[in-house]
Design a protein. Structure first.
Length: 132
């Protein structure tokens, strides 16, 4: 129903060993791979991000497709381009997204190149693709 707009991340707690599920918005979906890029809205210390970095094998569900995922954290330039393309594709809802981002970041995000650089320095972008 939601296609490639959101993904469901199933991950294992690094300390508890419990299974958790987190819904994340897909900022960019790439058919090649396929690969889905998401943002950690709570920064590098988000529990789901720390859990997958601790070595658990996360499962990703996008629409009807489910796979064990490999992940990577995008570099600054690639992340900035993803954010820019996301804002361009969602120009009608951009004011709402900027308001939400401003609250998460703790400063007024206006969508300039300088702001995007600062944004991706605070809120990492992570790409998921099927593990080979």
């Amino acid at each position: 129903m939601l296609g490639t707009r959101f993904l469901l991340l199933t991950h294992v707690g690094r300390r508890s060993g419990r299974r958790y599920q987190t819904v994340l918005e897909i900022l960019e979906y790439r058919d090649e791979g396929p690969e889905a890029v998401v943002m950690s809205g709570w920064g590098p210390n988000a529990d789901w991000l720390r859990n997958i970095q601790a070595g658990s094998s996360p499962e990703v569900t996008i629409g009807s497709r489910r796979f064990v995922a490999a992940h990577r954290i995008l570099g600054e330039e690639e992340a900035m381009k993803v954010v820019e393309r996301y804002e361009r594709r969602n120009r009608f809802t951009a004011p709402i997204a900027r308001a939400v981002l401003s609250r998460l970041l703790g400063w007024h995000y206006q969508g300039s190149a300088r702001d995007r650089r600062r944004l991706v320095g605070q809120l990492p972008l992570i790409a998921f693709r099927p593990r080979s």
